[in-house]
Structure formats: structure tokens, C-alpha cells
Design a protein around this ligand. Structure first.
Ligand code: SF4
Length: 704
């Protein structure tokens, strides 16, 4: 078993691990910095760390990740708010854990197990995500657990499960992209969100490949495309149906594949008959000729890969939109065909593993359904309880937040690990209001995030370079995270915190604090599930094996390419589903005449709680708008503008750019306070996935 707190000193060659941020999980080597001028404070206080990229390179976020380890803002002692309205004050661990346990015991005794909720994160290691799901179901017995990955990939996951019977971001290695003749990238700006990924696109084009990018903005990624389709935000579904209309009309459907490997095509063909290019041009603003050109490129390509990102997924009809792109991929015979395929570019560091091991409202480890009797029996057996003691499914992240507080009759306490919903959730003003309505908010974090600032109890945790574990990257490959230094004095791991709380609550099942012991349990719990890790051991990973799940036994080589000889559905066929563009949940109108879409910038990660604190990544919030619109509204470049929606407003500097359509604004969502984009965004939810509509709302904009 590995040590919890890491080696007392790192080997001279450094410690191989992976970046703490996005799902590409770039490899890096960490060194305890003992170079000239470096002061090694010794194991008790961590010590400086230097980052060296592995062969794949790093973006600026990865290069600077160690700057947060000893940042002055680093939380090093628990904080306790003696009473509502008081300031947070330093407290001992015994007092902090004791306070949490006593309050949880009282709330559960008075109001039942669903009086306590848990909110996890897509950045947590597999071990933490697993332990958190088990903690909610076994120690708390609550059905209320969900996580911020709901905001990241849930629409693609729902569409993938329905079409293929399985959801893995990329069902093929990321390296396949470089060899594709055509890549269709819908709603992803990889040049800014995961720059090293772009090397695959560059290599693909260097060998004559074509790149089609679908994005309302002419992003750095779109500017590299052979063909850029720039639809009105929220209309991607109609565009995908329009592309399929052309393929059907021009006889470019792979009829042999459709007959042999799929079901339901006739209904989809009938559906897309109503999406002829001229009509789709009216809906989307994309010229009909470009739609026809794109469809012909897709139909003619020998090896084609279709990828979706948050731009098409973060809508109230996100699942339907991804389904439209999957229909397109299936009609051209791509999924499960070597060198081709459909995939979703997962965002958060463990966005893939975080959705497999039980921190999702409806899920048990191994990507099992919590409503499936056989799954409940299996997992309850591993946990040493009866299946009927497991709670049922809960609700999606935003629905959970919406229920918080005695005034809503919902959970009165929330334990939050690895998320900052005060900045990252839509309609953020309402999120803060619901958190304030709680009897008890507990936040485990390593920096004082905006959510931690509202907490009654703050528990300081380790950072990535101080802990061991595993992450699963966007292609379903399990990776080892390794510590290079011990955590600072006063800081504990999430696993230690979960274990202490479970013990205090009298949990009937044990909660190991050693991450390898947790992983061993996870393997047993996932065995036989869709995301089967039974054959993955830390020894195999440490020996350099590249293991993509499922890995059902210890001599199994892993599954880099899924669906090559059948899909994970009952009849082994992929499922076509007809989808229509629904009415907009929020139309532009006289009061709110423009569309706002949100996203990320190169230097920042998610809510910015980490990257905003790193001096080398410093960036300012902005609102991007087209020069023609700015001229009409007498807005100068750099002037402050006020963007107002039905829910709130944001104030930030105008950035004039021809990247954006004249009817659309763009704002990154990394900042809190007056510039917080999510004060404005819509909390309308996808009815299947619970994905909020981050990417489109109606706004007005004026000089501030
Ligand atoms: Fe880290 Fe992602 Fe940047 Fe790679 S692309 S260095 S994983 S943030």
C-alpha cells in the first residue's frame, strides 16, 4: 500500500504525475526544487516544487500549477463560524469535525437522512469520487448527492448512453484524431481550453486532413478550420439535422453500416427531411452552400471523427443536440469503425472518472444505475450493507441546490468537496441565496473560494502534488497521480476528512484513508459494471501500462477502442433517435435584444478559484462584442459595459472583436463579483440530463 502523505523526499529524477486541471491530463514531472536560491522548508512545510513537462507539452495553466502550493491564500487550518452572521475563525481539527458531526447527527435525527446533501466535483480523483458516493449512501443514507460534472458533460453522457449503451468521452485514443481525414468539431475552442490537444488537429491538417469547426465565434480554433460554420447560438441541432438532410439527399449515407450496426434510421431520415439547406440557413444563419459543402466533405471522408464540446452541450436541449451529431456520425458509419468515431471532449480534470464512480445522483460505482436491483445488490455487498438500505436516486446538481434550506423543505446541510458553485453555477445569485439558507454549509478546499466564504465550516485539504490517486482522462485511460511532497502542517486529505466524518457518524462500513486501499475497493465495486476497473491495479499503472476501461481482469489489456464489434446495447446495435429543434427557452425581445454566450479563456480554469490566484495567469474579465454593435450603442473598446438579463447583471470592460456575430455577446465565466457572467446566465435545464443552459440567454447591453 502506498503512503498517504507521499515520499519524504522526491527521487532526483522527479515524480511523474499529471496536470491538476483539464481532462487532457497532460503528463508532467515534479521536482522538489533545490536549485540556487530555493529554500527547502522540509517535509513539515511542503517545500517548493518545479514542474517539467512530459513529452506532450503543457499549456500555461499546467506550467504554473505549482505556484498555488504555497500561495499566501492557501488554507492551512480549519475555519469555524461560531454563529450565523459571525466571521469565520480558526479552529482545531477536533473542534471542526466534532461540530460538523454533531450538527449532522442532530439534523438527521430531527429531519431524516435526506436533511443532509453532498456536492462533489469533476476534479476529484477516482478514489475521492468513489469515497464521497459511498459516504453519502452508507454513512449519511441520503439520496441527495450530485456534482459539478453535471454542468460539464451530462448532456453528452445522456446522449451517448442512449445511442451506444455506454458513455466514454472518447471511445478511441486521442491520437486517432491526428490520422483522420476529416474532423468535425462542434462547440469546442480547444486552442484556448486545452492547447496541447490542438497538436492532433495540426498534424491532421498537415497530412491533408480537413477540419470543420462549428462555433458562433471565430475562435483561434475556428480560424484554423478548412470550413467554419458560425450558427446562431442554440441552433446547432438544426445545423446537424441539415447536414444529415444533405447526406440523405445526395446518397452519402453508409447504408451497409446503417443496416448492419444500427436501428431506427428510417425515423431519423423522415425527421431530417424537414431540414433542407435553405430552411436551415434561415434558422442558423449558416449559408446553405456551406451546409452542402460540409456535408459532402463529411460524406466523402474515408476516416472521419466528430467531436462535440460544451458549446453544443450546455443548452436546455443539449442532449437532443448531441443526439443530432451522433445521428450524423452513425449515418456516415463512423462509431466503432477504426480510425473514425464520435466523441465528447470532456472538460474537468477527472470529468470522465468523476462520472463513473458514484457521486452522480442516479449512479453507483462502475457506471451502474442506482435503480437497478442487481447493481444495488452487488455494490451493497461490497459495502457490507443490505441493498434495501441504499437510498434511491436523487436529483441533478442545480435541482439539488434549488431545494436547499428549511424554507424549501429540502436538505438543511450541504457538504461540498471540489466545486465552487457560487461562481460556476448558472443564475449564481440564486445559488448563493440557497447556500445562505442552510443550517450548515461545510466546504473542503485548499483556497478560500467564493463558496468557502459562505461556509459555516471550512476544512483545508491537500493539493494535487501532495496526494496519491488515479484520474481517468478524456479517452477513458486511467492515470496515476503521485505526490512529490507531503502536505503542509494542518492540512488533511479529502479521504481523511470523509473517513473522520463517517467514523463520527457511526458508519457501518469502513472508510480507508489510504488511496490505494480505496482504489482496491473501487475495483471490486466496479467489477462487472460498464466502467469496469476490476483489472486495473496501481502496480500495472506504475509499470507503465496504458489501460483504458473496461479492464475486467488483471490480464486484460484494456479497451482503447470501444464498439469495434458491437455496441453496449441489448441487441449490440447503435440507436438512432429523431430530434427536432425545440422552441427557445428564452427568446430575444425588445427588452433583451441580444444573445449572450459564455465560455473560457486560455489562462483560466473553470470558476477561477485556483488560476485567478496565480500571478502569471493574471487576466481581466471582459465582454466581447462586434464593432458594428458597439458603434450602434456608442461603446468604446475597453469601456465598461453593463449586461443585463432577466436574472441579474454583470459589469466588465468591452472587448471589440470581429470574432463574434453582431447579434451575440461573449463573456468568460471565471470571475466573481460584479463581473460574474453566471449572475446573468439561464438556469433552464435539459429535461434528460439536468444540464443548465449556460450557453445562451437573452440580454441587453449598455455603457455602464
Ligand atoms: Fe493542464 Fe489541460 Fe493545460 Fe494540459 S491542456 S497543461 S491538462 S490545463
Amino acid at each position: 500500500m502506498s503512503s498517504l502523505s507521499g515520499p519524504p523526499s522526491a527521487p532526483a529524477a522527479g515524480v511523474p504525475t499529471h496536470c491538476p486541471y483539464c481532462a487532457l491530463q497532460c503528463g508532467m514531472t515534479l521536482h522538489r526544487d533545490t536549485g540556487p536560491g530555493a529554500v527547502d522548508a522540509g517535509p513539515a512545510d511542503g517545500g517548493p516544487v518545479r514542474v517539467e513537462p512530459a513529452s506532450g507539452g503543457l499549456c500555461q495553466k499546467g506550467w504554473t500549477a505549482a505556484d498555488l502550493l504555497d500561495h499566501p491564500d492557501r488554507l492551512r487550518t480549519p475555519l469555524l463560524r461560531p454563529a450565523k452572521g459571525d466571521d469565520q475563525q480558526p479552529a482545531s481539527w477536533d473542534r471542526a469535525i466534532g461540530t460538523v458531526v454533531a450538527t449532522l447527527r442532530r439534523l438527521r435525527a430531527d429531519h431524516g437522512p435526506d436533511a443532509v446533501a453532498v456536492f462533489g466535483g469533476g476534479g476529484l480523483t477516482n478514489e475521492k469520487a468513489y469515497a464521497l458516493g459511498k459516504f453519502a449512501r452508507v454513512a449519511l443514507r441520503t439520496r441527495y448527492i450530485d456534482y459539478n460534472g453535471r454542468f460539464c458533460m451530462s448532456a453528452a453522457a445522456a446522449a451517448g448512453n442512449a445511442a451506444f449503451g455506454l458513455d466514454r468521452g472518447l471511445p478511441f485514443p486521442v491520437s486517432d484524431i491526428a490520422a483522420a481525414d476529416l474532423v468535425l468539431l462542434a462547440g469546442a475552442n480547444s486552442a484556448e481550453t486545452m492547447p496541447p490537444f490542438v497538436r492532433n488537429l495540426t498534424a491532421q491538417r498537415r497530412t491533408g486532413g480537413q477540419l470543420i469547426v462549428i462555433d458562433p465565434r471565430a475562435t483561434p480554433t475556428a480560424r484554423e478550420a478548412t470550413l467554419h460554420l458560425q450558427p446562431t447560438p442554440g441552433t446547432d441541432l438544426a445545423l446537424a439535422n441539415g447536414l444529415l438532410h444533405v447526406l440523405v439527399a445526395e446518397g452519402l449515407v453508409d447504408q451497409g453500416y446503417v443496416a448492419a450496426r444500427t436501428s431506427g434510421f428510417a425515423a431519423v431520415a423522415a425527421c431530417v427531411a424537414g431540414y433542407w439547406p435553405a430552411r436551415v440557413e434561415q434558422i442558423t444563419g449558416v449559408p446553405a452552400d456551406d451546409i452542402i459543402t460540409a456535408a459532402r466533405l463529411l460524406g466523402a471522408a474515408r476516416r472521419a471523427i466528430l467531436l462535440t464540446g460544451r458549446g453544443v452541450e450546455q443548452h436546455a436541449h443539449g442532449t437532443a443536440t448531441v443526439t443530432a451529431f451522433i445521428n450524423l456520425a452513425l449515418a456516415t458509419g463512423r462509431p466503432g469503425t477504426p480510425g473514425s468515431g464520435y466523441g465528447c471532449i470532456t472538460g474537468q480534470g477527472n470529468g470522465q472518472g468523476g462520472r463513473e464512480h458514484g457521486q452522480k445522483a442516479d449512479q453507483l460505482p462502475g457506471y451502474r444505475s442506482i435503480s437497478d436491483p442487481a447493481a444495488r445488490e452487488h455494490v451493497a455487498g461490497v459495502w457490507g450493507i443490505r441493498a434495501d438500505e441504499l437510498p434511491g436516486p436523487g436529483v441533478s446538481a442545480l435541482e439539488l441546490i434549488d431545494r436547499l434550506g428549511a424554507d424549501r423543505g429540502g436538505p438543511r446541510a450541504l457538504l461540498r468537496f471540489g466545486a465552487n458553485p457560487v461562481v460556476s453555477a448558472p443564475n449564481a445569485g440564486r445559488v448563493a441565496e440557497r447556500l445562505r439558507a442552510l443550517d450548515l454549509l461545510v466546504v473542503a478546499d485548499f483556497v478560500p473560494s467564493e463558496t468557502a466564504a459562505l461556509a459555516d465550516v471550512v476544512l483545508p485539504t491537500t493539493q494535487w502534488a501532495e496526494e496519491a490517486g488515479t484520474m481517468t482522462n478524456l479517452e477513458g485511460r486511467i492515470l496515476r497521480r503521485r505526490p512529490v511532497r507531503p502536505p503542509p502542517t494542518g492540512v488533511r486529505t479529502d479521504l481523511e476528512i470523509i473517513s473522520a466524518l463517517a467514523t463520527g457518524l457511526g458508519s457501518p462500513s469502513g472508510f480507508p484513508t489510504d488511496p490505494e486501499a480505496v482504489f482496491t475497493e473501487l475495483r471490486a465495486a466496479s467489477a462487472g459494471g460498464r466502467a469496469d476497473y476490476a483489472g486495473v491495479s496501481w502496480q500495472r499503472l506504475d509499470a507503465g501500462e496504458r489501460l483504458h476501461w473496461p479492464v475486467p481482469h488483471e490480464t486484460h489489456p484494456g479497451t482503447p477502442r470501444l464498439f469495434t464489434d458491437g455496441f453496449a446495447t441489448a441487441d449490440r446495435r447503435a440507436v438512432f433517435t429523431p430530434v427536432e429543434l425545440p422552441p427557445a427557452v428564452e427568446e430575444v425581445c425588445q427588452a433583451y435584444p441580444y444573445r449572450l454566450t459564455t465560455g473560457r479563456v486560455l489562462s483560466q480554469y473553470q470558476s477561477g478559484a485556483q488560476t485567478r490566484r496565480i500571478a502569471a495567469l493574471r487576466a481581466e474579465p471582459f465582454v466581447e462584442l462586434h464593432p458594428d454593435l458597439a458603434a450602434r450603442l456608442a461603446i468604446d473598446d475597453g469601456a465598461l459595459v453593463r449586461v443585463v438579463s432577466r436574472r441579474g447583471e454583470l459589469v466588465a470592460a468591452a472587448r471589440l472583436s470581429e470574432m463574434i456575430r453582431p447579434d451575440t455577446l461573449f463573456a468568460p465565466f471565471h470571475w466573481p463579483g460584479a463581473a460574474m457572467a453566471n449572475a446573468v446566465t439561464s438556469d433552464a435545464l435539459d429535461p434528460v440530463a439536468g444540464m443548465p443552459q449556460f450557453k445562451l440567454c437573452a440580454v441587453d447591453v449598455r455603457p455602464a
